[in-house]
Design a protein around this ligand. Structure first.
Ligand code: HEC
Length: 92
């Protein structure tokens, strides 16, 4: 494939990645993957900018209780990763 073709392909891939529903920042990071995987079991995928860093700490505590009640596995390691991810990308 020539250089232009490669560029076109990259542009196309970038476009299709952004066309996804509710595109997450740092899409390939462990935090984003966990949010896609764990947080969509009960409701739509929450976007990090929906809340501030302070609010995320509060909400994640609530979600932990919800998950425990429903018997969904959410380790403290996963919680740490998700919280750090959400806070890093939270609204200011
Ligand atoms: C076991 C089910 C369950 C899972 C899994 C779950 N939630 Fe929730 N979530 C709820 C329920 C139920 C509510 C409604 C409010 C309430 O009762 O606390 C809610 C509400 C919320 C809210 C507040 C309303 C809003 O949309 O701003 C946020 C934020 C939230 N969830 C984030 C998350 C995140 C982040 C995760 C993943 C770490 C997650 N939830 C995983 C059950 C769940």
């Amino acid at each position: 494939m020539n250089f232009r073709g490669t560029l076109a392909l990259i542009a196309l891939l970038a476009l299709s990645a952004c066309a996804g529903v509710n595109h997450l920042p740092e899409g390939d990071s462990p935090g984003a993957q966990l949010v896609r995987e764990k947080c969509t079991v009960c409701h739509g995928q929450p976007h990090p900018t929906r809340h501030t860093a302070q609010e995320w700490k509060h909400y994640l505590g609530l979600m932990e209780v919800h998950m425990k009640t429903r018997g969904i596995e959410f380790s403290s390691e996963e919680k740490k990763t998700v919280l750090a991810y959400l806070q890093r990308n939270a609204s200011k």
